[in-house]
Write a protein that binds this ligand. Structure first.
Ligand SMILES: *Cc1c(COP(=O)(O)O)cnc(C)c1O
Length: 397
């Protein structure tokens, strides 16, 4: 009898009880807006910012309405102008070129390697095209960050990191989001901490963070922040910085704070699951799992494998055969954007020259979420199903 998986790929862990209680307290107080605090009260949002800054070792942190908003705010804080080119990954998701387009700037796509990281040779060849790189650590794969920063420093390129999939991950000893001038995180439901929607922005640069804070809609209440630059820095930028409201509220911050305290444990739980799937897929003929550097401490909240140079209909066949057995795989190679997946050449607002090496990789990328609600046995079963179905299609049965 064929094994079938009956779990749900989009079911998250519940919010910790402590977060539920904190959220109830906020609702009972009626004070949901971040600047609506009682005498002597810091507020959940300011505390979250302070705690996240400490956790990743950043001087400053700002909590906002979404990860996409954090990225657009970083671009605005860096004074990106309409028409300006911004480098970014060809292998990423729609909110990344979307954030660039939202400030009127133009994405310039940089290719992807078989390790699923940004192609540093392609980056060098395009380095003179722009002075900002929006680097997306897509699906948690980090490139050699030392090499990337050397290239960017040599070309005066400032790096914004999109850490939507790398909250808690490190390159050597440094947290993702702390190599570039600004780091952006998402707290949307499918990321590493869950407030439905939400985002965090970190930096050590006081002027950029003062601008970002005013941009987010702080009015002149920035002194209520605990992880913001000194008031004197705001004095320098406050007349020139528009308000583009996108604040976080106390309710979301209240449910995020206990999750942040659990982040290390959750990351370990993700990696245990990832490693079971990875071990189960290893050595499957025709299937390649991206090699990871020993300098990378990743968070395995999803897994990718390559069916490199497979014909489209055979990849489709693997996906539908797995689907029939309850295993939801996503394919990045499809010509049309579907659900969360899309290709750089789908975006007509950002025309790009074709990149044959990148197209070859994208065509073969298969992607699967690993929710924490899966047990290790679930993960082993899923790997057996994928292995069997890839094997069956590979052998042409
Ligand atoms: C989810 C995501 C974002 C943005 O997050 P939102 O909070 O949904 O705006 C950015 N980049 C990548 C790669 C993402 O997957």
């Amino acid at each position: 009898m064929q094994e079938i998986f009956t779990g749900n790929f989009t079911q998250q862990d519940p919010i910790p009880e402590e977060g539920i209680q904190a959220a109830l307290n906020i609702m009972r107080s009626g004070r949901l807006h971040r600047y609506n605090v009682a005498e002597g009260e810091a507020g959940e949002v300011a505390l979250l910012e302070q705690e996240f800054a400490a956790q990743v070792g950043a001087k400053y942190c700002l909590a906002v309405a979404s990860g996409g908003y954090a990225m657009a705010t970083a671009l605005r804080a860096l004074e990106v102008k309409p028409g300006q080119k911004v480098l970014t990954n060809a292998f990423t998701l729609a909110p990344v070129p979307g954030a660039i387009a939202s400030v009127g700037a133009v994405p310039v796509f940089v290719g992807v390697t078989e390790e699923l990281v940004i192609d540093l040779d392609d980056l060098v060849s395009k380095a003179d095209a722009a002075d900002i790189l929006m680097l997306s650590h897509m699906r948690g794969h980090m490139c050699d960050m030392d090499a990337l920063m050397d290239i960017c420093d040599a070309h005066n390129i400032r790096v914004i990191e999109d850490c939507a999939h790398t909250m808690g991950a490190k390159w050597r000893e440094t947290f993702s989001g702390r190599h570039g001038v600004m780091g952006c995180y998402s707290t949307q439901t499918y990321k590493h901490i869950n407030s439905g929607e939400g985002g965090l922005l970190v930096s050590d640069d006081e002027v950029l963070m003062a601008r970002a804070t005013i941009l987010s809609g702080s009015y002149m209440l920035y002194e209520r922040h605990l992880a913001a630059p000194a008031a004197e820095v705001f004095e320098r930028v406050k007349y020139d910085t528009p308000n583009v409201s996108g604040r976080m509220d106390h309710l979301r911050a209240a449910i995020l704070r206990p999750q942040l305290r659990d982040l290390d444990t959750q990351c370990q739980r993700w990696n245990e699951r990832y490693q079971v799937v990875e071990a189960g897929l290893e050595g499957t003929p025709g299937l390649m799992i991206a090699l990871r550097s020993s300098d990378e401490t990743y968070v395995g909240s999803s897994i990718q494998f390559l069916l490199l140079d497979w014909e489209e209909d055979r990849i489709q066949s693997v996906i539908s055969r797995c689907q029939r057995r309850g295993v939801e795989l996503k394919w990045f190679g499809g010509a049309e954007p579907v659900a969360f997946t899309s290709r750089y050449d789908s975006w007509r607002y950002a025309p790009s020259a074709q990149m044959p090496k990148t197209d070859r990789v994208l065509k073969g990328i298969v992607d699967m979420r690993i929710p924490l609600t899966f047990s290790l046995e679930d993960c082993a079963l899923i790997a057996r199903i994928i292995r069997a179905e890839v094997g069956a299609v590979y052998q042409g049965s």
